[in-house]
Design a protein around this ligand. Structure first.
Ligand code: NAD
Length: 270
């Protein structure tokens, strides 16, 4: 492979929620770009192990590790698994996320807490551990120009309000400021922190928005570029953001949304 294709050679990456959807595609793309990958899963061990097998078959290195990102002890174990298996950690893609949708009057405290715990506190716990490990690692052994890189999986709902999903939108809005504040805090350590904000990507989390023709047609009215996104669209962005090509990029959110955040309803309102 060319050096361009292997631009993450010698990197060790942790991808959370890598047993489904965007996480699988991101972990696979990082692995094919040369990174050794810790494939985190919460409940679905089969797709996680299948991904590990695919990466190993392609000549890569990978391990599946079960952990709940909302639990402190699990997150510590996840990072220990990376250092035990591959000796270091260079990249975190904090991708795990869930939805528990309801209008405010019907939303239970449990639905609120579950989404905040996984989608926001999980990001905090993983980012904190990543920073601790990045700071402690031998600078001479870095595979990248940075001392480590964090990519938080956000959403267009870090800026687009979303009725009926206030727990999810609040968590993603929180990720926006977590990303920016943390990037400011750790830039002097040589650590980069960014987010990716996907628009509508075809995965199990939003199946009802694309599985029927009528639903897909309605969804497409929100996407100026005229197609639903695929997990690979996000994965390619993640590989670039993780690589030295993006070395001067920190504290930003990269929107991968086909223009969903461009107020498409204003197209004919000029
Ligand atoms: P998905 O449901 O296919 O994947 C979610 C992943 O999170 C799964 O692997 C699941 O096991 C994992 N997960 C859930 N709870 C966990 C926990 N407690 N600990 C560890 N892992 C846990 O959905 P997806 O679309 O691939 O979503 C991935 C990320 O992308 C999420 O953060 C989601 O909010 C974000 N996102 C998705 C879209 C989209 O259109 N699909 C749009 C914007 C943002």
């Amino acid at each position: 492979m060319s050096s361009q294709e292997q631009r993450l050679a010698h990197h060790v990456a942790i991808v959370t929620g890598a047993s489904s959807g965007i996480g699988i595609a991101v972990a696979e793309a990082l692995g094919l770009a040369g990174a050794a990958v810790i494939v985190n899963y919460h409940s679905q061990d089969k797709p996680a192990q299948e991904l590990v097998d695919r990466l190993e078959k392609a000549g890569g290195r990978a391990r599946a590790v079960k952990a709940d990102v909302s639990k402190e002890e699990d997150v510590l174990r996840l990072f220990d698994a990376a250092t035990d298996a591959f000796g270091r950690v260079d990249l975190l893609v904090a991708n795990s996320g869930v939805q528990k949708d309801a209008g405010i009057a019907e939303m239970t405290l449990a639905d609120w807490n579950t989404v905040i715990d996984i989608n926001l506190t999980g990001q905090f716990l993983c980012a904190r551990e990543a920073v601790r490990r990045f700071r402690a690692q031998d600078k001479a052994k870095r595979p990248a120009r940075s001392a480590g890189s964090i990519i938080a999986m956000s959403s267009v709902h870090e800026v687009i309000p979303w009725a009926g999903h206030i727990n999810y939108a609040s968590a993603k809005g929180g990720i926006r400021m977590l990303t920016r504040s943390l990037a400011q805090e750790v830039a002097a350590d040589g650590i980069r922190v960014n987010a990716i904000a996907p628009g509508a990507i075809r995965t199990p989390i939003n199946k009802e928005a694309w599985e029927t023709e009528a639903a897909l047609e309605k969804l497409l009215t929100l996407i100026p570029y005229g197609r639903i996104g695929e997990p690979e669209d996000v994965a390619r962005a993640a590989v670039w953001l993780a690589s030295d090509e993006a070395d001067y990029v920190t504290g930003t959110t990269l929107f991968v949304d086909g223009g969903m955040t461009l107020y498409p309803e204003f197209r004919d309102n000029g």
